[in-house]
Design a protein around this ligand. Structure first.
Ligand code: FMN
Length: 263
């Protein structure tokens, strides 16, 4: 059976969790499809589809919305949804499920996994959650993975798959009302320290929203920027700064503790 998981991962937590999942769901040959700067794949080649991303102010990131809105109507193709989160997942999983259902997918299951926080303002507050997921949260993730394996088994033998309720890890059940645009407000107008910047272009290459051009230092289009902190988190020179942040509390890639848990 062939599967594809369309994902957006800013600093790698979501991607790592998906690698872990796809290794364990060994009855599916999963392709991990990064949605950044990519067109919609041909879903007809796959038996099962996943949509995965991280909580971005209690909902999926803007990029995921624009990707999913471009998908042509499907005829009940089987799908699951998944997200990581650092503190409170909010409506992320439900929204992902709704987006996929609107595109005609039969969303049978989903899960939210607690992982370290990559949002610098939270890390600054000491809320890095670098030890997440805890053993219980990891167990719940494993349960979800086993459930998915069973679903695939059912699909393989032609049985109808009952829709499962979209479950979140415990902390994700709290539902605060976030405003997505707050991310942009927290980020503020980003700037570049011309002395530190070595014009490597990493920020421009990695910006999911294509809001940066190099000339020769980065120039930011503040109207396109969605405040995802990619450029800030990934700048090795710590040259990108905002009114409140100057290179500290970066989370450019998955931490070692998480990597050891998800092998
Ligand atoms: C702009 C932004 C907003 C975020 N909003 C939330 C949030 O509302 N709730 C939460 O629990 N985590 C939030 N986070 C943290 C990420 O969801 C979390 O660290 C996730 O694991 C990152 O996944 P990734 O490494 O795949 O990008 C946010 C991170 C960023 C960059």
């Amino acid at each position: 059976m062939k599967g594809i998981i369309c994902y957006y991962s800013g600093s790698g937590n979501t991607k790592l969790a998906l690698q872990y999942l796809s290794k364990k769901v060994d009855n599916v040959d999963f392709e991990l499809f990064n949605i950044i700067k990519n067109d919609i794949p041909d879903f007809s080649k796959y038996n099962i589809v996943g949509f995965a991303t991280f909580a971005d102010f209690g909902a999926p990131p803007k990029l995921m919305y624009s990707f999913m809105e471009k998908i042509e109507k499907q005829n009940k193709k089987n799908a699951f949804v998944f997200n990581t989160f650092g503190f409170i997942s909010g409506k992320t999983l439900k929204e992902l499920g709704n987006l996929a259902s609107k595109s005609g997918f039969n969303v049978h299951s989903g899960f939210s996994l607690h992982t370290p926080e990559n949002y610098p303002p939270m890390r600054k507050m000491g809320r890095d959650y670098d030890n997440a997921p805890n053993p219980k949260e990891l167990q719940l993730f494993d349960n979800f993975i086993n459930d998915l394996k069973n679903i695939v088994g059912d699909l393989e033998s032609g049985r109808t798959v009952e829709k499962r309720k979209l479950k979140s890890a415990f902390i994700g059940k709290l539902l605060p009302s976030f405003k997505r645009t707050q991310a942009k407000k927290d980020f503020g107008i980003q700037n570049v320290n011309e002395k530190l910047c070595n014009e490597c272009g990493l920020c421009m290459k990695g910006c999911p929203y294509e809001a940066i051009i190099m000339n020769p230092k980065p120039i930011f289009d503040h109207d396109i920027c969605a405040g995802c902190w990619y450029c800030y988190n990934h700048c090795k020179q710590k040259a990108i700064f905002t009114p409140k942040f100057s290179g500290d509390f970066q989370y450019p890639k998955t931490g070692e503790i998480l990597r050891k848990k998800l092998i």
